[in-house]
Design a protein around this ligand. Structure first.
Ligand SMILES: Cc1cc2nc3c(=O)[nH]c(=O)nc-3n(C[C@H](O)[C@H](O)[C@H](O)COP(=O)(O)OP(=O)(O)OC[C@H]3O[C@@H](n4cnc5c(N)ncnc54)[C@H](O)[C@@H]3O)c2cc1C
Length: 294
């Protein structure tokens, strides 16, 4: 059994962590942690630190200066009620929401929990990598801001000290003529893990690709999402055309991605579907920029 600590404030939570780490595990929505504890996949901690009393401090979506900030305890449902689901520059957030678990899960699951879970199935990691996001963490000793791509080390392995909490995810506010897409492909439509998961961020200047960022699940031998920087470099500053998208998907992507076989499917099929996902993701983002609809 474990004790449950319900902090009065963020400072109280950090004090508790500082005194009791590493025997404390934060719990947000519990949709990942409680399953792992029930199935004895991780050791039972002495305490769970309940983050729900901190919602008045840590649940928000806002723009400050040129930065979009999402509080760690913001649930996916809360996220869906903000500008992130209305503005075409963030369209990939709507795609991700539509493909995420079930409706019940979306009410409890939080952004901070999705990032800290750090698996290839952490869909918001894939999406937020394409937005070049960083993670803000805090402890009694102070704050650190770490690029998301460095924060996730390996499956269930993140750069977070036992006395630290994730408090915020932030990323640059995209310019006009920008949109994104998130594609999760599996054999069925609902409650899927995703044979291939990919996110594209596309920013156009006329028909020139001003900026592009692409992230997929399990790009290399690690079971975590990562960026496809070779494909991005190939596409950036070129005129957007079907030919260039074809070349990026069929030639550059296979050279920069090491797909693996597992229980779900073969590496070959995964690679083929990754090519299709990249083409569709880029074309969908471009259509969204031009038509202004998600
Ligand atoms: C039926 C089902 C379907 C699912 N479908 C999907 C899916 O489609 N896509 C997907 O990505 N995931 C899915 N998940 C996994 C899970 O729902 C998500 O990862 C979710 O975002 C986790 O958030 P949470 O708030 O519930 O985290 P919790 O379960 O509360 O915590 C997860 C981990 O994060 C840590 N943690 C939480 N908050 C913080 C914080 N602020 N600072 C530091 N550490 C923290 C916890 O200690 C724990 O290690 C599914 C789960 C279930 C049960």
């Amino acid at each position: 059994m474990f004790g449950l600590y319900r902090p009065k404030s963020l400072d109280d939570a950090l004090e508790f962590l500082s005194k009791n780490a590493p025997e404390v595990r934060p719990i947000a929505g519990g949709t990942e942690l409680l399953v792992l504890l029930r199935d004895k996949k991780i050791p039972t901690p002495k305490y769970l630190l309940d983050l729900s009393p901190l919602k008045n401090q840590l649940s928000y979506v806002k723009v400050e200066g040129e930065v979009v900030k999402i509080g760690a305890t913001t649930t996916l449902y809360e996220l869906s009620k903000t500008f992130l689901h209305k503005d075409v520059r963030f369209a990939g957030f709507v795609d991700t929401w539509r493909k995420f678990g079930t409706f019940a899960i979306r009410f409890s699951a939080t952004i901070g929990g999705n990032i800290a879970a750090a698996t290839q199935y952490s869909d918001y990691i894939t999406l937020l990598l394409a937005y070049d996001a960083s993670v803000r963490v805090i402890s009694v000793k102070g704050e650190r801001v770490i690029p998301l791509e460095h924060f996730i080390v390996d499956k269930r392995n993140i750069r977070l000290q036992p006395d630290e909490l994730i408090v915020e995810v932030e990323f640059p506010n995209p310019p006009d003529r920008t949109s994104s897409s998130f594609i999760k492909f599996d054999r069925r439509e609902l409650l899927i893990a995703g044979i291939v998961t990919g996110a594209c961020y596309l920013s156009l200047d006329g028909s020139r690709i001003r900026d592009v960022k692409i992230a997929f699940d399990m790009v290399r031998d690690k079971r975590i999402p990562a960026r496809l920087k070779e494909v991005e470099d190939f596409l950036r500053n070129r005129e957007f055309s079907e030919e260039i998208i074809e070349k990026a998907s069929e030639e550059v992507l296979p050279a920069s991605m090491k797909r693996i076989s597992d229980w779900w499917t073969s590496a070959e099929y995964r690679l083929d579907m990754s090519k299709v996902s990249l083409k569709r993701g880029l074309l969908r983002s471009k259509t969204r920029i031009e038509r202004g609809v998600i």
